[in-house]
Design a protein around this ligand. Structure first.
Ligand SMILES: Nc1nc2c(c(=O)[nH]1)N[C@H]1C(S)=C(S)[C@@H](COP(=O)(O)OP(=O)(O)OC[C@H]3O[C@@H](n4cnc5c(=O)[nH]c(N)nc54)[C@H](O)[C@@H]3O)O[C@H]1N2
Ligand SMILES: Nc1nc2c(c(=O)[nH]1)N[C@H]1C(S)=C(S)[C@@H](COP(=O)(O)OP(=O)(O)OC[C@H]3O[C@@H](n4cnc5c(=O)[nH]c(N)nc54)[C@H](O)[C@@H]3O)O[C@H]1N2
Ligand code: SF4
Ligand SMILES: [Mo]
Length: 728
């Protein structure tokens, strides 16, 4: 290993020698919990606690938040900028100026030789919104590449695409308070207790008070499914069929809300025509849910005064991801469940600031949900930034999942990775490794130098992380929360905002465009650009956001007298299409997955566990998180294991058409007999196996559906390998 991961961090008890508590927002998931970090007399973060006065978490935190103060000086943090001319050489530690000059020089060299779009930029959902906006300005107005995207293509792209198709714009219409008002909740492919523990706690409290039915659609018996009234163990990738069947029953039995449909939607006829083919009997043969259950759920949902749907990666990460989202929106539109308390279609977001990047990063468009395809919006932003509108592309470029194949074919020659780790998080990582090796220049900007991608990079920028910086995140319910700086950036690392600003100075076009240095000034620029938009934040500023413990957008300047922002969108219709109506879209289903067969008889499902975050660059070093799952493992059904002669906690090799991975077998009834589940947190593990077929609308990979077989391995050799992986 290039940088040696050293010894595992010990398990620590949080120190009580706190001198002051600093208010900030958790940097892991999109729940958006308010946190106070305790700092001792030397200015060192030593403890963390939840903030009682914050509406989101009301004093609670999950295991990741509770130990978040440990990430600042964790092993493997980047300390100095590094450069080298070829990936076979060792890195040299250099000054910031030298590293920035080299990076900017290489970008310009590649663009001059091969054209502007031959240099690609891939970012993340984990920067501060001010940083996203600045990177967007740098990429669009200064560097001028159209091949600029984020890891949100692995995460929220299907939700974004589905919201745009149904409502004419991205923007989740609901909020956590909807749990307090709903009479029926369906959760599609979302495991709240592990992935959004505090949203789960809010939901459970509401359910304990009012006892509404909870229906969970997930092929696994997740922790959420165990607490549900009904668990629909769906055949992987077939949610669209179930949704069509639910609508079939509702329309067939006249349970729809005709007034709402007439007043607020277009397209019911086309939907009626298609769902007519999805009677519960036919549908049950495809989606594996019996006809009576389909009928019961449809009636329960349609007859509830207010019914809501939530979903996460079980829907988004599928070849029918965008259609799944549109299907959920269809269901809510025909039952009149959008924009009313307890009646909504709420995508549960992933990363801490996946919303901020959607709103302001310009990855798929221009700031404030503007479109590159719209000439007025292009013109407006170009004028504001002080550039020629012709400099901006007229349509969106490649997504992350299309950028890597474009490196393979030689169309892209250089890449800048900002806060994302595709060597672990992209499907079919053997292919990703080859593409990274092919690049003339790879720049990696990450808070950790031991992230796998640095092995293929020419320039490494050590970035400050989370509360070493200042700015805002937007959470799942459109709440803008403030991240206050708790401690200085580690060693010689710098904030991502500072790095972007320094890069801008090194391009000829950079001199024409203004790049404010203070995060609050960047925020004010975004607030100005948001006036009159759906995502109106013009009434907000950093101080007010902190004072109110977060504010939900829209919050126009005219609302500043109001106590709070807007909990819901589309309360009186007013969808973002020109006529103000939402679109009902027919969704014929086509089977297009890699499905199990005789040679690869198991579905491979993948996802997360509560104690780890993503590729473990953070939680792998926190003893109190890593101790729960230090080792790559898979869930396998005991009956399937018995048939194959596999014992509990023995090592096995999982093989797909792409590659293999060695994991510990955990025998559990959580998965059906024809499925295994592997958390994706471990390097060189599940994504060596995944196929990642893409959704045609969102280009999001179907991480949850691949086919594998299981083989026996030498236990001693596997154990040796495993110890190496554990010493993160
Ligand atoms: N602890 C922790 N929390 C996190 C994260 C983390 O890494 N760790 N990451 C954050 C991020 S970025 C994200 S995107 C979210 C993800 O949050 P979730 O989506 O809730 O988590 P996953 O485990 O990826 O997937 C959820 C479920 O989808 C199910 N599923 C698989 N195939 C299908 C299918 O065909 N249909 C249906 N209906 N369900 C299916 C899986 O069985 C799994 O239980 O979590 C966020 N929160
Ligand atoms: N098989 C499978 N694969 C999946 C998924 C799945 O369910 N199954 N889920 C997908 C999903 S939903 C997601 S969101 C992706 C996530 O995939 P990635 O984005 O690749 O995962 P992370 O580990 O979060 O990578 C973020 C990187 O940014 C660094 N970082 C953290 N904070 C900062 C900062 O402030 N500045 C800078 N510059 N760097 C920082 C971290 O050290 C880390 O290396 O994975 C996807 N991959
Ligand atoms: S639920 Fe999410 S935001 Fe809240 S403490 Fe846990 S990881 Fe942080
Ligand atoms: Mo995600």
């Amino acid at each position: 290993m290039l940088f040696g991961r050293g010894k595992k961090n010990p398990i620590k008890i949080a120190s009580k020698e706190v001198e002051k508590w600093v208010y900030t927002t958790c940097g892991y998931c999109s729940t958006g919990c308010s946190i106070e970090v305790g700092v001792n007399s030397d200015g060192k973060p030593v403890s963390t606690r939840g903030v009682g006065s914050a509406d989101v978490n009301r004093g609670k935190l999950c295991v990741k938040g509770i130990f978040e103060h440990e990430i600042f000086d964790a092993k493997g943090r980047g300390e100095e900028p590094l450069v080298r001319d070829s990936i076979t050489e060792d890195y040299r530690e250099v000054s910031w100026d030298e590293a920035l000059d080299k990076a900017a020089g290489e970008i310009q060299r590649i663009q001059e030789k091969y054209g502007r779009d031959s240099f690609a930029i891939v970012s993340t959902g984990q920067l501060l919104t001010e940083e996203f906006y600045t990177l967007g300005k740098l990429s669009r107005a200064v560097i001028g590449t159209n091949n600029y995207d984020g890891n949100t293509t692995l995460c929220m792209a299907s939700a974004v695409s589905g919201y745009k198709r149904s409502f004419g714009s991205d923007g989740p219409p609901g909020c956590y308070d909807d749990f307090e008002n709903t009479d029926c909740l369906i959760a599609f492919g979302s495991n709240l207790p592990e992935q959004h523990p505090i949203i789960y706690w809010r939901m459970r409290e509401a359910r304990e008070k009012r006892g509404f039915p909870l229906i969970v659609v997930d092929p696994r018996v997740t922790m959420l499914a165990q607490n549900a009234d009904m668990h629909l163990a769906i055949t992987p990738g077939t949610d669209v069929v179930l949704l069509n069947a639910l609508m079939h029953v509702i329309l067939d039995e006249g349970l729809e809300d005709r007034d709402y449909i007439n007043e607020h939607t277009n397209g019911i006829e086309a939907v009626e025509k298609v769902v007519a083919d999805y009677d519960p009997v036919t549908a049950s043969k495809i989606c594996g849910i019996d006809e009576d259950t389909i009928r019961n759920v449809a009636r329960l949902y349609a007859k509830a005064d207010a019914a809501m749907s939530i979903w996460t990666m079980g829907i988004n990460q599928s070849t029918h991801g965008s259609d799944g989202v549109v299907g959920i929106n269809n269901l809510n539109l025909i039952t009149g469940n959008i924009g009313k308390p307890g009646g909504t279609s709420l995508s549960i977001t992933g990363q801490c600031n996946a919303m901020g990047t959607r709103e302001w990063s310009s990855c798929s468009g221009l700031p404030g949900y503007r479109y590159l395809e719209n000439p007025e919006e292009r013109e407006e932003i170009a004028r504001f930034w002080g550039i020629d509108p012709e400099f901006l592309p007229k349509q969106r470029g490649l997504t992350e999942t299309d950028i890597f194949p474009a490196i393979e074919t030689g169309q892209i020659k250089g890449l800048w990775l900002v806060a994302t780790n595709p060597m672990t998080s992209m499907p079919n990582t053997a292919r990703i490794r080859k593409t990274l090796e092919k690049l003339e220049c790879l720049i990696v900007q990450d808070s950790y130098v031991d992230v796998e991608t640095t092995q293929y990079a020419h320039v490494y920028f050590p970035a400050a992380t989370w509360a070493e910086k200042e700015g805002v995140f937007t959470n799942t319910e459109r709440r803008v929360n403030i991240v206050r700086q708790v401690t200085e950036p580690h060693a010689n690392s710098r904030s991502d905002l500072w790095i972007f600003n320094q890069m801008a100075k090194r391009f000829p076009q950079g001199a024409r465009v203004k790049f404010p240095e203070a995060p609050s000034d960047v925020f004010d620029e975004m607030a100005y650009l948001s006036r009159g938009r759906l995502v109106d934040i013009s009434g907000m500023n950093h101080e007010l956001i902190e004072q109110k413990r977060g504010i939900q957008w829209p919050y126009p300047a005219s609302d500043v007298e109001q106590e709070q922002g807007s909990p819901r969108l589309y309360e009186k219709g007013g969808f973002q299409y020109a006529d103000g109506k939402a679109k009902l879209i027919p969704l014929p289903y086509i089977e297009n997955n890699e499905v199990p067969d005789d040679e690869y008889p198991f579905w491979l499902n993948s996802g997360r566990v509560v104690e780890h975050f993503h590729t473990r660059t953070k939680t792998g070093k926190v003893g109190n998180c890593n101790k729960f799952s230090p080792t790559p493992y898979m869930e396998i059904n005991p009956d399937a294991a018995e048939e194959l002669g596999i014992e509990h906690m023995s090592y096995v090799r999982v093989v797909s058409r792409r590659g293999d991975a060695v994991v510990l077998a955990q025998l559990t009834q959580r998965v059906p007999r024809n499925m295994v589940f592997i958390p994706f947190h471990y390097h060189d593990c599940v994504n060596r196996l995944t196929k990642g077929l893409l959704d045609p609308h969102s280009r999001q990979p179907a991480f949850k559906q691949s086919a594998v077989r299981i083989e026996h391995v030498d236990q001693e050799e596997a154990a040796r390998l495993n110890v190496e992986m554990r010493e993160f």
